[in-house]
Design a protein around this ligand. Structure first.
Ligand SMILES: [Zn+2]
Ligand SMILES: [Zn+2]
Length: 254
């Protein structure tokens, strides 16, 4: 005998599948309502970053810190990245999360960032690197994000870096603070190269008045890092205000 007893959720999912079919953001295959916008086969193609590199020159470094050559004038210690940009669905996931309002992807992306952060912290605090790294105390640190100009945020409806930071904060049970604002509108970084990127950002980030970062360890969240100018400009403001250690945490190196 056929069992007609379907759960309310199964009925709901069946109706939703019929009315609003959901497609994988990477391969366009139809997926079920319960899948988070990436099909199983594409999800398996995601390659997590195991060996972090210097954000400036790409040389292998411990935990993604700047190498001795590139660390000059940097306020950021380094950047930890979660997955490879060009492998599997990552590029499409970021694009849809950032520009097409598919906020549900944030959960999966944030989860990968949490895994990456945990991996790096484990090696920072317990591995061979312990000798030249003083311990990084995650639960005493502050999680923040690269701010967006209010007009741009209003247009998009959200700041993708903030969405990620808030999910990560929740998953790790650490404080998330909006430490910085961006009162001045700037040209899009993607349109500029090297030096002009740095100039474009000079003085654009401001510490929020009621934030105290003195002697704190801070992790700045962003979606993608390219040259690292944005994260470093943010870090410079925090360092000037007395922050002890500042790291960047991103989904990918673009
Ligand atoms: Zn797919
Ligand atoms: Zn380097």
């Amino acid at each position: 005998m056929i069992n007609f007893q379907l759960s309310i959720n199964e009925v709901k999912s069946f109706i939703l599948d019929f009315l609003f079919p959901k497609y994988c953001v990477n391969c366009n295959r139809e997926i079920s309502q319960t899948d988070s916008w990436v099909c199983l086969s594409c999800a398996q193609k995601i390659v997590p970053v195991v060996s972090q590199v210097c954000p400036a020159c790409g040389r292998l470094t411990e935990n993604g810190r700047y190498c001795p050559k590139c660390s000059k004038d940097k306020s950021l210690i380094g950047v930890m990245a979660a997955a490879y940009f060009d492998e599997g669905p990552i590029r499409e996931m970021i694009h849809n999360f950032k520009y097409n309002g598919v906020l549900e992807l944030g959960d999966r992306l944030a989860e990968m960032m949490v895994d990456s952060l945990n991996n790096e912290l484990r090696s920072m605090n317990h591995g061979e690197n312990k000798i030249h790294n003083s311990l990084f105390m995650l639960h005493d640190s502050i999680l923040t994000f690269v701010p967006m100009h209010w007009q741009r945020k209003a247009k998009r409806g959200y700041n993708q870096a903030e969405v990620l930071a808030r999910i990560i904060g929740q998953k790790l049970n650490i404080e998330v603070c909006e430490l910085l604002t961006k009162p001045k509108k700037t040209k899009r970084q993607a349109e500029l190269s090297g030096n002009s990127r740095r100039k474009n950002l000079q003085g654009t980030f401001i510490l929020n008045a009621d934030c105290c970062v003195k002697n704190r360890e801070i992790i700045i969240v962003d979606d993608v890092v390219t040259t690292g100018s944005t994260l470093n400009e943010c870090a410079a403001v925090l360092k000037k205000a007395g922050a002890k250690k500042i790291w960047g945490l991103v989904i990918s190196r673009g």
